[in-house]
Each structure stands twice: as C-alpha cells, then as structure tokens.
Design a protein around this ligand. Structure first.
Ligand code: MSP
Length: 591
C-alpha cells in the first residue's frame, strides 16, 4: 500500500506531468502553433529545473525572475481605496523582492471589455473605446500618485493583448478544450456570468454581487471544458496548501470543487464590445477569459518564442504571486489554473486573495454610497503624506481573511503611535544627540579595538532576530507583521536609551567612548529598521537614506549589523511631523 504522502505525491506528479510532457499540439496557422509551442517549451524548462518533485506549483521562492501582479481593474468603476490597497500591497511585495536582488516584473493595468463598459459608454453617448481611454488613464494616474512601481500597465484593448488572446483561444479550440454548445439557464447581467437552474435557485435568482434579478437566457456559446480538470484542480489545492492563501479561501475553493465542475461558456453574443472569437466574429470572448490572459499576454506568451512584442519577458512565467481580493479568487485559483493546464503552461506559484476594506462594519457599495473614494483617499494622503497612508494601508489592511474597517481615528492613532512617536521620535532624538554631543558625526562603536557593549544589549543578535522575523513576514506577504518587526527594533532603541541614559554619559567626559558607542548603536539599529520599512515607505526611507545612508546591496546585506559608517555626518532628521486628525471623509475636524 502506498503511504499517504507517496500517494499524494503521485497524484500531484500527474498534475505537474501535464506541463512537463505535453507540448501544444495545434493545427492553427503554423506561426501561431510553433510560436506557442516554443514558449511553452521554454516556460516548462524554467520550471523543470526548479520545481520540487511532485509539486504542481513551481518552487521558485528564492531566486528570480519574479513576477508579481495586481488584478486588472474594470474601467467602468472609479478608483477607490480597494484598488489603491491591492496595488500598494503588490507594490510593497515587488519592492521587497527587488530589495532581495531579484529580477522583478510587476504588472498592473485595466480590464476594458464587456457589456457594462458598452452600456456605460452608450449612456454617455461616447464610444466604448473613449470611455476606456478616459478611465484607464485615471487608474494609471492613481498608480503614479501612490508610487506603484509597476513595470507594465496593460490594457485589454491593447492590440498586442487582443491578438494574443485570439491566438490562445484558438489553441484551446484546437486542443478541444473549447467547443460550441448551447446554454439554457440564468444570466447575471452585472457580472456577465451564467448560472445553472440549481445554482440560480440557490441564489434566489438574484446576483450574488449586485442583488439584481437574474434574467432567463438561452444562448449558443463556446464552452471551456472546465469539468475535464476536476481531478487536477482538486489535487492542486489538496497538495499545495500555499497555492491559494489565506487558508480560508482555499477551504472555500475546495468546498466549491467538491460540488463538481461544469463546463463554462466563454463567449457572448448579446453585445459587441469584446475580442471576437477566432473565426466566428458574432461571438465575443467572455471578459474574464480575456482578462485572465493578461497575465501571459503582457509577457508575450501568446505570441510564443518569437513574441512580436515581448520575447525577453517569457522568463517571468510562471507568476510568483497573483494578488487580489477574495471575490475573484475562484477565477484566479480555479478557472485560471484550468486554462493554463489546457494550454500546457506552468501554474502560478501563489495566488493571494485578501479580504475587503469595509466601513463601519458594512460592505462598501454604490447603493450605500460609503466608498472611500479616490478624492477621500487623496485628502488623507495630502494631510498625512503618501508614505504614512501606505503604512496605514499595510498595517491595518485586510491582508488575511478578515475584513478591515477604514477609520479616520485609526489612521490618526497609527500615524501618531508608530510613525510620529516611535520611528520619527527615535530618529530625531538620536540624530539630535549625535549633533549635540559629536557635532553631527557618527563615531565608532569600538574602543581599544573592541565593540563597546552594554548590559543585556547584544545588538547584532537582537536586530538579526527582528530582521529574520520581518523577512519571513514579507515572504509570506504578511505586511502587518513585517512592519511590526521593524517597529520592534525602534522600540528596542527607545528602551536602550532609557536604560543606558546617554544624556547622563554626556555629563561625564570619561564616558565619551561609551556615549559614542551608544549613539552609534541607536542609529545603526534605526538604519536597519529603515531598510526593513523601505518597501512600505520608499519616500520617507529615501529621506533617511539621504540623511544617514541605508547602505548598499541586497536587503540581507543591508540589514547586517555594522553597515553604518563611522565618520558619517548627520543632521537632525524629522521624518514625521505631528498633525491633527481628520474626519471620516478626510476633512479637518470642526471644533
Ligand atoms: N477586472 C476584474 C479583475 C480581472 S483580473 C484578471 C475586477 N476588477 S475590479 O475593478 O472590480 O477590481 C477588483 C479588485 O479591486 C479586487 O479584487 C481587489 O483587488 C480590489 N478591491 C475592490 N474593492 C475592494 C475592497 N473593498 N477592499 C479591498 N480590495 C478591493 O474584478
């Protein structure tokens, strides 16, 4: 009898085996066929060399290339805190991986097709493309305003994307993963999603998202054979507990998979604003298929090895981390892997579906009019500064399974406690003392050839433990914990100052070497904390860098004790000014 572990490993090998052994066989135009096959072969090679045996998901945790994505945002919505949040989380992660010295490709963009865009444009009496242009630009501006360090901003109306989606769908047809069939059931117009009779009944014939009535529908559609991948998808989730995080989402998906999979319609005929199906132009490709494929069209995989646009980017596949919120985890952790399996492409390493920002315990929605919209976000940003808002989003945000309330009071509390009173205060105190006692010059922590140490303060060991904690947290995308680890270093510095009393040492000339060492150790610990905070607060930490120097090399090198150079001249540094709180909408509080 096989042990459980071996049995599981065998099952998983079958999943992985699809990728390793199956070449894309297609009768598409020769160009498409060879191109796609080429890219698959290459992507598979990357994976074969790095994959843990029997694992369906590429094990490429520590070396690059690294590929991080946000969802591509719908152009029929206005940007709000949710979009800023996911993008900020992804940005912090991308910055962290770059800081590790990896070759990172960070992708974001806009999702521009579908009935809703067509209808909104019609209402305004403009072409859908004009609406898409206008709103895509708004999202792009948000990315710039919130310092999102993306490498590519893809638009699903970009020619290169449309061309590749058609080529990829054609491959799916030729592999018999897509067929023409007829659907009888219910349609959620808002979400552009079909429901079977039983599922629609369960939902009381109302959209689970908008609550609007579903409409009866009968339509000839192209279908994706999702059901064929039932076993592989089950194995994927069973064998790779970290494929989809947090675990609450994984359990949810396993539960849904247990209900059994139906084939899904992937074309629509009731509107025009989409990418036409190959060889059957009265159908447009379902917006979700079009959208999901952005993750591979942006790196040219749909064009194959001779990618017309981005041949050199194919090395980034498989994605290291797809980041989004929980409402679209099904598409990313079930539909998307199935499409990739059908295309014989390796699966992403990890999908993280965080929870929602909510307000006063209630979901943000158009009908309640309680969105933290961009104008509101911008008011907070203007008042507290961009990095402070990024920090707030990172430490209070719904990174795990729990929704998080946006609260002006908490913004003020976190700003005051973590940034003004902890990091800011410690940095200004330390740099002020260095100015007062040593004319702004950082002195060595050594005297007579040995490090001066203080009771119970083994700084290299202490900082190294916090650094480890922070790096592990970043690896897991646990941004609140990464921030807490950095904050713990700063709190240690405060405690150290209280215990060693440098202001007393300053009164005793014989203690000058001790005082020098004490202040060196304060500033060096703060430098290490600043390096750890850089992915979250790149601008403020750049100020620290300009004033003190953060050091060179990878994050591992820069967080080693001793990077601060004796002889460095520092001025008193005030990173976070004290400010008043704002009301819930980001306006000054009236007194
Ligand atoms: N276009 C699709 C995604 C296609 S990806 C291949 C889409 N777009 S969206 O504009 O609706 O953006 C949804 C995403 O925005 C969520 O998954 C999440 O990343 C972010 N958020 C939207 N509202 C949110 C909250 N209330 N809270 C946190 N993030 C949320 O779905």
């Amino acid at each position: 009898m096989l042990s459980r572990r071996t049995a599981r490993a065998r099952r998983a090998t079958t999943v992985a085996g699809r990728t390793r052994t199956t070449a894309v066989t297609t009768t598409a135009t020769a160009a498409t066929a060879t191109a796609t096959r080429g890219c698959v072969a290459r992507a598979a090679t990357t994976r074969a060399t790095t994959r843990g045996r029997g694992c369906a998901v590429a094990a490429r945790a520590s070396e690059g290339p690294t590929f991080v994505t946000t969802p591509i945002y719908y152009v029929n919505d206005q940007p709000h805190i949710g979009h800023v949040y996911t993008s900020t989380v992804a940005d912090a992660y991308a910055r962290y991986r770059r800081a590790r010295g990896e070759d990172v490709f960070f992708l974001t963009g806009t999702d521009e097709h579908g009935l809703k865009v067509e209808q909104s444009a019609e209402k305004r009496g403009i072409e859908p493309q004009a609406l898409a242009d206008e709103n895509s630009q708004k999202f792009r501006d948000v990315m710039t305003a919130y310092d999102i360090s993306f490498d590519e901003f893809i638009r699903t109306t970009d020619d290169y994307h449309e061309r590749q989606v058609r080529a990829l769908v054609k491959v799916l047809q030729e592999k018999d993963a897509v067929y023409l069939g007829r659907f009888e059931g219910w349609y959620d117009e808002g979400q552009e999603e079909y429901y079977t009779e039983s599922k629609a009944k369960e939902l009381d014939y109302k959209s689970p998202i908008s609550g609007k009535d579903m409409v009866r529908s009968s339509e000839e559609n192209y279908y994706f054979r999702l059901s064929k991948f039932q076993k592989e998808l089950e194995a994927l989730h069973a064998d790779n507990p970290d494929f989809l995080t947090p675990s609450a989402r994984r359990n949810e998906m396993i539960g849904r998979l247990n209900e059994g999979l139906n084939d899904v319609p992937i074309s629509r005929t009731n509107f025009k604003w989409g990418i036409p199906m190959p060889d059957d132009e009265k159908h447009v490709i379902y917006v979700w298929i079009d959208a999901l494929m952005n993750y591979i069209t942006a790196i040219g995989l749909g064009d194959g090895k001779d990618s017309i646009v981005y041949a050199d980017r194919s090395k980034y596949w498989p994605a290291s981390m797809h980041i989004m919120a929980k409402e679209i985890s099904w598409f990313h952790s079930v539909i998307w892997p199935a499409l990739l399996m059908a295309l014989d492409l390796p699966l992403p390493q990890r999908v993280h579906a965080h929870a929602f920002w909510i307000r006063e315990g209630r979901k943000m929605s158009k009908s309640l009019g309680n969105f933290v919209d961009l104008a509101c976000m911008d008011r907070f940003k203007e008042h507290y500064g961009l990095d402070a808002m990024r920090y707030y989003l990172a430490v209070e945000g719904p990174i795990g399974a729990q929704d998080a309330n946006f609260s002006a009071e908490r913004v003020q509390e976190i700003y005051s406690s973590d940034l003004v009173n902890t990091m800011g205060n410690s940095v200004s105190r330390t740099t002020a003392m260095i100015n007062k006692y040593f004319d702004g010059e950082v002195r060595s922590e050594e005297a007579n050839g040995a490090r001066v140490t203080f009771d119970n303060w083994d700084w290299p060991a202490r900082t190294s433990a916090h650094v480890q904690d922070a790096l592990t947290a970043y690896d897991k995308l646990d941004l609140p914990r990464a921030a807490a680890a950095a904050k713990n270093i700063v709190m240690d510095v405060d405690l150290f100052i209280t215990e060693t009393e440098p202001f007393r040492m300053a009164k005793d000339e014989s203690k000058s070497a001790e005082l020098a060492a004490c202040l060196y150790q304060c500033l060096e610990a703060l430098r290490i904390a600043a390096v750890l905070l850089e992915p979250l607060m790149p601008n403020k930490m750049a100020e620290f860098d300009a004033g003190v120097g953060l050091g060179e090399g990878s994050i591992a090198q820069r967080t080693k004790w001793g990077g601060l150079k004796p002889g460095t001249k520092v001025e008193k540094l005030a990173l976070f000014p004290r400010v008043e709180g704002l009301d819930e909408n980001g306006h000054p509080v009236k007194t």
